[in-house]
Write a protein that binds this ligand. Structure first.
Ligand code: SAM
Length: 305
């Protein structure tokens, strides 16, 4: 049976892998999107790059990037996740810390501008959100001055850029807060506490705005793609667990909410396939910041010299 304590999804061994649904975009799984991106930018795997992954979880997507890494740094705030990746990637340096603290400690350790690849898959919205509010089983507490929070969140994004070596990339995947699935998730969390700016897209807006700022000051170029796809639940029960275990993190208030339970059942009804399984519409934002001397480096070869 799945552990149903608050945040067990990230803090109890085996729970994340058990509850996670596969995500497909145009028939391609998210991990293969990353593998395709790597092939496009770096051709065949060659252990040549300095790579850091924040919010690495159990190393699901690390599998795709590890063959390209000469040096691999894996960071996650959860001891359980860090223990899992340390076993799976014994040569990697691991950091057990909140992403913003991990970034600060890497900068303090002279790692600025040293990573060819700075990555974070499905995990950046947490550290950005944590500048604004603290999530605990007791509820969601806003943290002081929200304008100051925004300033710190933007600085955090610019620090991520600061880790990226000249010519390197910051590559992130973020959930799409506007998808019907995520709107239901937002509606549920808003019964616990409202989000800054109303809704959960604000973390992505902060990320994108700060990367625009970095582009405007000449630090690189931003490519941002949104892909529509599906989260595939092989059974109704796995779709239910996806909502309550992963999205709602077994939060006691949400577990006890009968109206929410009904809404989730209706949602699952809507997307249940006649042949079995539930195809939940999903979206992913693929964000790639290329650290080049913009705009000069954006010219074709003949024009730049
Ligand atoms: C949705 S999972 C994604 C894991 C992995 N990247 C993947 O794609 O399978 C989010 C991960 O972020 C971690 N996480 C959540 N909040 C964090 C924070 N503030 N700092 C660092 N890691 C965090 C969780 O422990 C979890 O491993």
């Amino acid at each position: 049976m799945t552990n149903s304590s608050f945040r067990a999804v990230y803090e109890t061994a085996g729970t994340y892998d058990k509850l996670l649904l596969q995500h497909f975009y145009g028939g391609t799984e998210d991990i293969d999107l990353v593998a395709d991106w790597l092939t496009e930018h770096h051709a065949a795997p060659r252990a040549a790059l300095n790579v850091v992954e924040f919010g690495c979880g159990t190393g699901r997507i690390t599998d795709a990037i590890a063959p390209y890494a000469r040096n691999l740094v894996l960071a996650d705030y959860s001891e359980t996740m860090v223990a899992a990746v340390a076993q799976k990637f014994p040569d990697a340096q691991t950091i057990c810390a909140d992403t913003s603290d991990a970034v600060t400690s890497l900068l303090a350790a002279d790692r600025a501008a040293t990573f060819d690849l700075v990555t974070a898959f499905w995990s950046l919205s947490y550290p950005i959100g944590e500048f604004f509010e603290e999530l605990s089983s007791a509820g969601v507490q806003p943290r002081g001055d929200q304008a100051v929070a925004e300033e710190h969140a933007r600085k955090f994004v610019l620090d991520l850029v600061g880790l990226t070596a000249p010519g390197g990339h910051l590559l992130a995947m973020l959930f799409d807060a506007e998808s019907p699935e995520q709107q239901l998730v937002t509606q549920a969390w808003e019964t616990v506490a409202p989000f800054p700016g109303g809704g959960r897209a604000y973390t992505r807006h902060i990320l994108i705005d700060a990367l625009h700022e970095a582009e405007n000051r000449g630090d690189g170029t931003l490519t941002h793609t949104r892909l529509g796809g599906v989260a595939w639940a092989p059974t109704r029960e796995s779709a239910r667990e996806w909502f309550f275990g992963v999205h709602f993190k077994h939060h006691p208030q949400l577990l006890d909410d009968l109206e929410l339970e009904r809404d989730v059942e209706e949602f699952i009804d809507r997307y249940e396939m006649p042949e079995g399984g539930v195809a939940l519409p999903s979206g992913v934002h693929l964000i790639d910041f290329h650290a080049v001397a913009h705009p000069r480096a954006s010219l074709p070869d003949g024009l730049a010299s």
